[in-house]
Design a protein around this ligand. Structure first.
Ligand code: SF4
Ligand code: SF4
Length: 98
């Protein structure tokens, strides 16, 4: 197996992944009011490496199709307001290491 070239940016490395998206999201924001009223920094829009979460004025858009399945949003949301599961078998991210 070949090593990844050194010095690649995260964006360049992201070109090495592919996705087989399910039709149903495996990520759910449980209470949109908490996002709107208690989380001014919208932390998930910062810590998610795949930029899955985007705040759209009054609601959180969840672009689950691009999730890297790192699990950060399980522990990163200060209000435990994200229900996180793995995508159904056969769906989700496909890593290519060479
Ligand atoms: S970190 Fe949690 S509470 Fe904050 S905006 Fe994201 S989902 Fe909502
Ligand atoms: S599991 Fe990782 S990549 Fe997927 S939505 Fe959560 S933080 Fe983003």
């Amino acid at each position: 197996m070949a090593d990844l070239p050194k010095g690649q940016s995260i964006e360049e490395k992201q070109y090495l992944v592919r996705f087989k998206a399910d039709t149903q999201s495996h990520l759910h924001v449980l209470d949109a009011d908490i996002c709107a009223t208690r989380c001014p920094d919208k932390l998930c829009t910062i810590f998610c490496p795949a930029e899955v979460y985007k705040w759209e004025e009054v609601r959180m858009h969840v672009g689950y199709e691009g999730c890297h399945e790192c699990g950060s949003c399980r522990i990163g949301c200060p209000y435990e307001n994200i229900k996180w599961e793995y995508p159904k078998g056969g769906h989700g991210i496909i890593f290519r290491l060479a």
